[in-house]
Design a protein around this ligand. Structure first.
Ligand SMILES: Cc1ncc(COP(=O)(O)O)c(C=O)c1O
Length: 414
């Protein structure tokens, strides 16, 4: 049978994170039942909130006949209304249902947005390290080139005008026309929240270089640190520029399995393209109705997010203590459910090959999956991302196993 060149290229794509996720899922750790099993701290999921959500999710959804038939494929109007209200509260920017497109996950939203915004071969600047899935979302179907703007430990992983300018220069050298800049705030994998001054600098840079701004704010309600998150939707409005805002239920709501994402866009035409494409990846009315019920209970939402914040904060304190106690340096966190940690002193050489070797060693020997920095386009080898929104016992077991296998390696003197 003939297989297209695009299909062949896709099959050749090496996806270590996805492979590791399913390897762990086949033999998962459980304290009493399978204490020798794999511990997966490589997937950005919140495992600390299901007990709060479960009554809400398992209550009768109250379907009526309309839910069983076709509805608007970019999201039922009643669901978009509720979502618009929720996003208005979250971002402090007025968002209405007619400016939203709903689809099956934020990845699908980004893929469609790229289709609408860019020609094949054009580029989007993304401050690095960045969420590994963006490579897939940008390149796989639409062939848009991610242009990393590298931040590093030396400058505290802060986005500066210089790193953005450098990315633009690199794109120019490769003759890539840059269409936009994609900012993830709060950030995955760093677990940090950008300051207003950084965000304003980014807006000014985008304006000056005629770049569209895409904001991925999937972790907006998972901020537990001192610094508040400010939505780019609000700041771009103040600056008189447009925004494409991506949101979803995978992170703040711990519902990665529901696959529900949304785009808010101030650009009518781009929005219309995405709304039409949503035909191919809509969300079932059943899932929308369940989430509608969640969104309409404001008292529940207030309780849920307060509790989510509290639990994430406790889990973050715990993971820093554990890792630092094992001699592993960590980047401070204030949001999300991952910590960016440095295993550079255990690399056999300061290279990305050595980093991949260490990753495989930890996965094989400790049976713990954490993600190597290179998949996030880390500027330097040695960094890893660990997702800690897990029960404390699992975290204790994982860190103890990691420390044991690292202990068997000779540390390279600093
Ligand atoms: C920053 C960011 N954007 C998008 C996604 C993808 O979300 P979804 O599962 O809704 O496609 C993730 C998932 O890890 C993410 O961390």
């Amino acid at each position: 049978m003939y297989i297209s060149k695009r299909g062949t290229k896709l099959l050749e794509n090496h996806q270590p994170l996805v492979n590791a996720h399913f390897r762990c899922a086949q033999d998962p750790w459980a304290a009493n039942v399978n204490p020798e099993g794999y511990i997966n701290l490589g997937t950005a999921e919140n495992h600390l909130v299901y007990d709060i959500l479960k009554t809400k999710l398992n209550a009768s959804p109250g379907f009526d006949e309309a839910h069983t038939h076709y509805s608007e494929l970019h999201g039922m109007k009643c669901f978009r209304d509720k979502l618009a209200g929720f996003l208005t509260n979250t971002t402090s920017h007025n968002i209405t249902a007619d400016k939203l497109a709903v689809a099956s996950g934020s990845s699908a939203i980004i893929d469609m947005l790229m289709f609408a915004m860019c020609e094949p071969g054009e580029g989007i600047i993304i401050p690095a390290p960045y969420y590994a899935g963006f490579d897939h979302d940008l390149k796989t179907r639409v062939n848009v080139e991610p242009i990393p703007a590298y931040t590093d430990a030396e400058n505290g992983f802060v986005i500066s005008q210089e790193v953005l300018q450098q990315a633009l220069i690199q794109a120019g050298k490769r003759k890539i026309k840059v269409r936009g800049i994609l900012i993830t705030n709060p950030n995955n994998p760093l677990g940090s929240v950008y300051s207003d001054s950084t965000l304003k600098m980014i807006i000014a840079f985008a304006k000056e270089n005629k770049l569209s701004i895409i904001a991925d704010e999937l972790y907006a309600r998972s901020v537990y640190g001192k610094r508040n998150y400010t939505s780019l939707a609000r700041l771009t409005e103040e600056a008189g520029v447009g925004i494409h805002l991506v949101y979803g239920f995978a992170k703040d709501f711990g519902l990665s399995g529901f696959k529900v994402g949304a785009l808010y866009s101030t650009d009518e035409k781009i929005l219309q393209v995405v709304q039409q494409l949503a035909y191919f990846m809509p969300v079932s009315n059943a899932a929308q109705k369940i989430l509608y019920n969640v969104l309409q209970d404001e008292a529940f939402l207030n309780y849920y997010f307060a509790e989510n914040r509290k639990r994430l904060y406790a889990a973050s304190v715990h993971i820093h203590e554990k890792l630092n106690g094992a001699g592993i340096d960590t980047h401070p966190t204030e949001a999300g459910f991952f910590v960016w940690l440095n295993l550079g002193k255990w690399l056999s050489a300061q290279t990305f090959d050595a980093e991949m070797d260490l990753y495989t060693y930890i996965l094989d020997e400790a049976k713990v999956n954490i993600s190597p920095g290179q998949v996030f386009h880390s500027a330097d080898p040695g960094w890893f991302r660990l997702c800690y929104a897990r029960e404390p016992e699992m975290i204790n077991q994982a860190v103890s196993r990691i420390a044991t296998v690292l202990g068997k390696l000779e540390q390279i003197p600093a």
